[in-house]
Design a protein around this ligand. Structure first.
Ligand SMILES: Cc1ncc(COP(=O)(O)O)c(C=O)c1O
Length: 404
């Protein structure tokens, strides 16, 4: 229901706009019939894990879709990053953005490699190539770029820096499955790229991930590493871990891939719905997708300029949450402000002004197959109303946040 008076807002005692909370990243479930048929096949085969036929099929489909030689499926995106970093022999220091999910930093620190945080470009939200070189030291072994929210990194510039300094280049493409960069699918840039197929991602395997690469040797090493180093029955030839994807996960992944175009069409429709309603509204900027490229439109990212909008991102979020709109502060407060990095590098923020500004200003809005056009209209009506009434709403919102 559209709100016309401040008393109608849930925070002021009104009925929440949504009875059922709307979330960012509710799972896309593809064709349930085909999914259940695959589960039955799997049970009939008695083959639940250990590089089964579904995992094999899932990997080959991804290679074909992305035009890349090797896809190595993993149990999740974090392990994919850890294994890729290890297989690339990353050591010492690796340059990464702080404006990302914590896994991008943790995959390094987990193996005692120091993440060195680099600021991001204010337009694309991805690592700023102009700031990378000043962070290189004799201990630097690599760079991890993150194609954040489907925005691809400035790949050419980063590749040139990596080549000039002899550094390994890995991309965390967790958000960018199905996206392209200069007409080429994400997946074959750098030494390798990683994906997450977590349930919140638009292509999901419940939990899952993958590393893709054109490097035969690297792929072989990662296949060994994800399977304890086993090269055959009773024959371990390498240090390894358990990074395997299960058959049930791959069955979900294959079904998800079959419905990928439908998911993208739905995300695109949602994104443009938000765009039509929010574009030009004072103080609000919706992240743009480069329409010349393939995009998955998986994230609807809103940046709030508190001076122009009359209230901050956190103020808006407090009111939206009360209405049942669970928008999220991705990626607040930035990796450098989380432990252990916060204690290790207490002054890192001095070199990360764009990251800190964005971390305070952006939020992700609900989208995906479970969000309808009318939900988007209602969310946009709410955002218009809240920002239009900011002066009257603010004192109450702030006291409410202190009380929480
Ligand atoms: C940018 C980024 N990197 C890595 C990951 C880790 O993926 P997973 O949750 O599959 O371990 C995520 C997950 O959300 C992510 O957003």
């Amino acid at each position: 229901m559209k709100k016309n008076r401040i008393e109608d807002l849930a925070l002021f005692g009104g009925k929440p706009a949504f009875d059922q909370t709307l979330h960012v990243g509710r799972p896309n479930i593809g064709d349930r019939g085909r999914l259940l048929a695959r589960f039955n096949d799997m049970l009939d085969r008695d083959w639940l894990t250990n590089n089964g036929p579904f995992v094999h099929d899932f990997e080959r489909r991804i290679e074909q879709l992305l035009g890349v030689k090797h896809c190595v499926a993993m149990c999740n995106g974090t392990v994919a990053l850890e294994i890729a970093a290890r297989a690339l022999n990353l050591t010492g220091e690796v340059i990464v953005p702080s404006f990302t999910f914590i896994s991008t930093a943790h995959c390094l620190q987990w193996q005692e490699i120091t993440p060195v945080f680099c600021d991001v470009d204010p337009e694309t939200y991805t690592i700023d190539p102009g700031r990378i070189e000043s962070l290189i030291t004799p201990r630097t072994s690599g760079i991890i770029g993150v194609h954040l929210w489907g925005n691809t990194c400035r790949v050419d510039d980063i590749e040139a820096i990596a080549e000039k300094h002899g550094l390994k280049l890995l991309f965390d493409a967790s958000h960018s499955f199905g996206c392209s960069h200069r007409g080429r699918m994400v997946g074959s840039f750098g030494c390798a790229e990683t994906f997450s197929f977590h349930a919140t991602k638009f292509i999901n395997t419940f939990e899952g991930g993958a590393v893709v690469t054109n490097d035969d040797e690297l792929a072989e090493k990662m296949r060994l590493m994800k399977n304890f180093g086993f090269a055959g029955m009773d024959r371990v030839i390498y240090i390894g871990t358990n990074g395997k994807m299960s058959e049930i996960a791959a069955a979900m992944g294959i079904t998800s891939l079959e419905d990928m175009e439908g998911f993208i069409a739905c995300n695109r429709n949602n994104y443009h719905g938000y765009r039509r309603r929010l574009e030009g509204w004072p103080g609000l900027k919706l992240m743009a997708y480069d329409e010349r490229e393939k995009n998955n439109y998986q994230y609807v990212v809103l940046e709030i300029d508190p001076e122009q909008a009359g209230l901050s991102r956190d103020d808006l979020l407090t009111v939206l949450h009360a209405e049942g709109v669970r928008a999220r502060r991705y990626f607040y407060p930035g990796c450098h402000k989380m432990e252990p990095y916060r204690s290790y590098f207490p002054h890192a923020g001095l070199l990360l002004p764009v990251t800190e500004r964005l971390a305070d200003r952006v939020l992700c809005l609900p989208t995906g197959t479970q969000v309808a056009d009318r939900d988007i209209d209602l969310i946009c009506d709410l955002i218009h109303f809240i920002t239009g009434q900011a002066d009257a709403i603010l004192p109450f919102v702030r006291s409410e946040r202190i009380a929480q």
